[in-house]
Design a protein. Structure first.
Length: 258
């Protein structure tokens, strides 16, 4: 059994709305002590300038890399509803969100779509191109552009690679998989995995074998450089800590992707 030498552990953070909260909320602070990359909401599905700045500052203090968690403009539905936005408008929105996070927090190391946008750009060619073009318009990472994080085999990663961007394949510790490697839509049976032992074991197997058990019980091939634990999954802090401990016990170095 070949165990991956290293893997990135990421989490969606900065998703609060309370402008009067004293600093980074307790959940974000706890997760920033565990993960190696933080996908920070850029205001379109959650967060605001103040939250972006606070989370980015805390991440920098703890050696956690910050990525722009870009979304459809959909705060009402937390970015989990498809928006049939024109590609040129989506492109501009992606560029804007990256710029907003930079302005609030400084260094942005990568880009990861959120929610409905993440799932849409698995197959939606026009929106996948719009996301990548928006990333390129934003610049960064020298002249090569920012890395893009996404689902293995997705249209957005294919187009990003064709444009010369670094692509990072991602798996989910706490989400159910369909047989085709896509995620079980939220609200459907098998969408979330919350048992601590099961989550830890499936991530170690993913690192060792490149496979995860799907919602229907069949094995699904998932080769990934980064693993995500969602901050809004029940018991997220415990799950993230268990995942990290299990990976390290299996000989996997938990660190940000190169």
């Amino acid at each position: 059994m070949q165990v991956a030498a290293r893997i990135d552990l990421n989490c969606d953070l900065g998703e609060g709305f309370d402008a009067w909260a004293p600093g980074v909320d307790g959940l974000d602070a706890q997760l920033l002590a565990i993960v190696t990359s933080a996908n920070v909401a850029c205001g379109f599905h959650a967060g605001d300038d103040r939250v972006m700045a606070l989370v980015s500052r805390t991440a920098a203090e703890r050696g956690v890399r910050v990525g722009a968690h870009v979304s459809y403009l959909d705060r009402e539905n937390f970015g989990r509803r498809f928006v049939d936005v024109a590609p040129d408008e989506l492109r501009a929105q992606v560029t804007h969100q990256i710029g907003a996070l930079r302005a609030a927090g400084g260094a942005v190391a990568y880009v990861k779509p959120h929610g409905a946008l993440y799932n849409t750009v698995v197959h939606h060619e026009a929106h996948a191109r719009a996301v990548v073009d928006g990333v390129l318009d934003a610049g960064g990472a020298g002249t090569g552009g920012l890395p893009v994080v996404g689902l293995p085999g997705s249209a957005v990663l294919a187009y990003a690679a064709s444009r010369g961007l670094r692509t990072v394949t991602e798996a989910f510790a706490d989400r159910g998989y369909r047989a085709d490697g896509t995620l079980v839509p939220r609200g459907e049976p098998g969408d979330l995995v919350t048992d601590e032992d099961e989550v830890a074991a499936r991530v170690v197997r993913l690192a060792a074998e490149g496979r995860v058990t799907g919602a229907d019980g069949r094995d699904v091939a998932v080769l990934a450089e980064s693993v995500c634990v969602h901050s809004d999954t029940p018991g997220a802090v415990v799950l993230a800590a268990r995942v990290r401990a299990a990976l390290e016990a299996a000989g996997v170095q938990v660190r940000a992707f190169a």
